[in-house]
Structure formats: C-alpha cells, structure tokens
Write a protein that binds this ligand. Structure first.
Ligand SMILES: NC(=O)c1ccc[n+]([C@@H]2O[C@H](COP(=O)([O-])OP(=O)(O)OC[C@H]3O[C@@H](n4cnc5c(N)ncnc54)[C@H](OP(=O)(O)O)[C@@H]3O)[C@@H](O)[C@H]2O)c1
Length: 271
C-alpha cells in the first residue's frame, strides 16, 4: 500500500515515537527513524516493514547534536527525495524541584527536548517550503500548558516547544505546511524509566491508574496528517487542566499545592 509519502520520526526506539512509526508504516509511508539506541531502532524498522512500509531507514541519532540531526535529514532526503511529515518526538523527563535543579541538568534537558526539536524544524521547513507542502508534529505535553510540581525544568522545555510551534504554524501557513503541537497526558511508555530520577516520577504518578496507551497517540498523530490541527490533546483530564489553568490559575494552584505536599511527604522530602 505504498502512498509515495515519506516521514522522519525522532524518538522512534520506544513509546509514542515507535507507535507513530508503526501507524505511519501501516499507511504506506517510507520512513526514517531516529533515536540513540541503534539496536532498538533496527527492531522497530523491521516491524515497520512487516506493517507495510516500503522503505525504512534506521538512523542512530542524538537529537541534541545539531550535526547529527543534519546528517539524519541529509540521509533521508538522499534516499527519499522529499519529506512529507516530521514527527519531532524525542525527549525525556527530569523529576526534580526547581531550586534543586542544577544548571547542567537544566541545560541538558533543553538541549534534547527543545534544541533537538528546533534543529528538526529548521531542517524540515526549507524542504517543505520548496515542496509547497508538509506537516510537522512537535511533541510537547499537557505540562507545556501548566507546570506541575517536580517537573519545572521538563515543563519549561515543553512550554518552549509550544511557543515555537505556535509561531512556526503561522509562518509556514502561506507555504501549505501544517504545524501541530501534540500534548499527551500520562501515556503508557518507558518515559518514567528514562526520566532522570525516574523512581520519584513513577511514585508521583502511581495514583493515576489510567494511562493513555501509546498506540492511541501514535494512531491519532498518523490520522491527523494533512489536517489543520493547531493542537492535539488526548484525555478529558488534560483538556480540563488546560481550560482551568486559563480560567482560574489560582484554583489550579490550590489543587497543585495539595498534590505537591502529599507527594513531598511520600518521598520523605523536607519543604
Ligand atoms: N509518556 C508520557 O506520559 C508523556 C506525556 C507527555 C509528553 N510525552 C513526550 O512524548 C515524547 C516521547 O516520550 P515517550 O513517552 O514515548 O517516552 P520513551 O518511551 O522514553 O521515548 C522517548 C524516545 O526519545 C528518544 N530520545 C531521548 N533522548 C534522545 C536524544 N538525545 N536523541 C534522540 N532520541 C532521544 C528515546 O530513544 P533513545 O533512548 O534510544 O535515544 C525514545 O525513543 C517525549 O517528548 C515526552 O516528553 C510523554
């Protein structure tokens, strides 16, 4: 079922990126998959071929390194000759109070979650402008709309992603290039294992029993290609948080303070 279209997916070795790659493969896309773990990428690439992708490149890439992102795009464009979809998804979490976050930790998370994504946008935009079409998906988070306790640095990167995405959407609209911010809420992936100080992150979310399955997010991203969707949210809780944060930030602060105190005590941390 080749559709002649091509996509680059970053963070494709697990979770949301992997599921998005599978969903695009099922729709016949030729794919370039990027992440640091080459062995995992090869496995995902094999499964993409089984699901119908006519051509899959597994390109080990650290998105925090600009030259590696440049090399990823060069390889994909050399093989495919065009780029229809970019899913800028690579990222990780950091579970740490703001006043205990080191400068090195803050810079490192921005290097991946923000700069990695920015490098991808900057490589994709000229190609899509030339083609007069394309779609960029930037994966932010619901905490890119409202900061939550212990996720200050992570939230800051995801707010930055939304700011960049909102601007890029307007700037690329005259070129028929769509740009969508993806705002998952708690999703069932390896995210918490990969988070810096992930044990705390797992505990913080232990009481939330219902995680969104990653394949639901991946399928919805693939189905949204070509559609004019500024943002995508996936849960009622996420939509409510965004709405309440706009309508009554003080009320949301009140709820967050209860949550913070409860979590702080459970983790045995002083105030
Ligand atoms: N799970 C959630 O609850 C949730 C909620 C909101 C938003 N998100 C966002 O969704 C995106 C995907 O996360 P996930 O939940 O699917 O978690 P995940 O399973 O941990 O996937 C993260 C992916 O990013 C890749 N990655 C991390 N750092 C990278 C780097 N420097 N260069 C290249 N690839 C890198 C990882 O691959 P390698 O380790 O192989 O490099 C992996 O493929 C992230 O941006 C995350 O912030 C997740």
């Amino acid at each position: 079922m080749e559709n002649g279209k091509t996509a680059i997916v970053t963070g494709a070795s697990s979770g949301i990126g992997m599921e998005t790659a599978y969903a695009l493969a099922g729709r016949g896309y030729r794919l370039a998959l990027a992440a640091r773990r080459g062995d995992r990428l090869e496995e995902v690439a094999g499964r993409c071929r089984e699901r119908g992708s006519p051509e899959v490149l597994a390109v080990p890439t650290d998105v925090a390194l600009e030259e590696q992102v440049g090399a990823l795009f060069a390889r994909a464009l050399e093989a495919f000759g065009r780029l229809d979809v970019l899913v800028n998804n690579a990222g990780y979490g950091l579970f740490q109070r703001v006043h205990e976050t080191s400068t090195a930790e803050m810079r490192a998370i921005f290097e991946t979650n923000f700069f990695g994504l920015f490098f991808g946008c900057r490589c994709a935009a000229p190609v899509m402008i030339r083609q007069k079409g394309g779609h960029i998906f930037n994966v932010s988070s619901i905490v890119g709309r409202r900061g939550t306790p212990f996720h200050g640095a992570y939230s800051a990167t995801k707010f930055a992603v939304i700011g960049l995405t909102d601007t890029l959407r307007v700037e690329l609209a005259p070129h028929n290039v769509r740009v969508t911010a993806v705002l998952p809420a708690l999703t069932d992936t390896e995210f918490f294992d990969h988070s810096v100080r992930g044990r705390g992150a797992r505990q913080s979310f232990a009481k939330f029993k219902r995680l969104t399955p990653a394949d639901v997010v991946g399928r919805k991203i693939a189905a949204a290609v070509g559609r004019n969707r500024p943002n995508m949210t996936f849960t009622l809780g996420g939509k409510l948080l965004v709405l309440m944060s706009a309508l009554s930030p003080r009320l949301v602060d009140y709820g967050m303070r209860q949550y913070y105190e409860d979590l702080r005590k459970r983790l045995g941390l002083s105030s």
